[in-house]
Design a protein around this ligand. Structure first.
Ligand code: C5P
Length: 227
């Protein structure tokens, strides 16, 4: 297992991915976006036209296809059977359907295995998702939980969509985010919640740079105690 494991969990659009990527770059660590894994399985299942409520069929998908996740040059690239689906997995349809895959216990087990394997062959890793500190890496060196109020998260998501030329309605975006929060928090396996030993940070009034600085400060403190 990696020498340094940092987990960042939190709800949709709380800034986890950007924070994790920038923190990893600062620490010269690898970066894992576990949401991309759930999205990739969702896309493969949609393309195969299977019933998204059928857990066994979803599990078959994880075995039938070759999923590759690489974090070269600070970017998470996702491939299914060699086809680059990095952009495709961000579609609104995939985002909405990911909850079926996230609620399937056996699929979660399989993806947690992949996440641990990813960590096992790297020296330092910053991994982000919903269950990284609670399930995948219960004994991580440092666990963070990022939150922000849903209006602010919707505002951020709207700004992100605008950079892709999509003019989304703020109210609808906020509604979709709150719906995802509810399904992430209420599922029986790997629900969204802070680990007991997580450092909880409300990012509502903080810039990404301020969040990264804050997290880096905690990491530095922890590492200086370790040595
Ligand atoms: O973080 P992102 O929005 O890309 O995640 C997509 C979906 O995957 C989330 O809505 C969540 O339900 C699921 N997920 C999960 N566990 C993780 C990461 C993501 O259930 N560790």
């Amino acid at each position: 297992m990696a020498d340094l494991i940092i987990t960042i969990d939190g709800p949709a659009a709380s800034g986890k991915s950007t924070t994790a990527r920038l923190l990893a770059r600062k620490l010269d660590a690898s970066f894992l976006d576990t949401g991309a894994m759930y999205r990739a399985v969702t896309l493969a299942a949609m393309q195969a036209g299977i019933d998204l409520n059928d857990e066994q069929k979803l599990l078959d998908i994880t075995q039938k296809f070759d999923f590759q996740f690489s974090d070269r040059a600070g970017k998470m690239t996702v491939r299914i059977d060699d086809a680059d689906v990095t952009e495709q997995i961000r579609s609104l349809e995939v985002t909405a359907n990911a909850r079926f895959i996230a609620a399937a216990p056996k699929v979660r087990e399989e993806l947690v295995k992949m996440q641990r394997h990813f960590a096992a062959v790297r020296r330092k890793i910053v991994t982000e998702g919903r269950d990284q500190g609670t399930v995948a890496f219960g004994d991580a060196d440092i666990k963070f939980y990022l939150t922000a109020d849903s209006f602010e998260r919707a505002r951020r998501r709207q700004a992100e969509l605008l950079t892709k030329g999509i003019d989304g309605d703020l109210e609808q975006i906020q509604e979709a985010i709150e719906k995802r929060d509810k399904s992430d928090e209420s599922r029986a396996v790997g629900p969204l919640k802070p680990a007991e030993d997580a450092i909880v940070i409300d990012t509502t009034n903080l810039s990404i740079e301020q969040v990264v600085e804050k997290l880096a400060g905690y990491v530095e403190e922890k590492c200086s105690k370790k040595t």
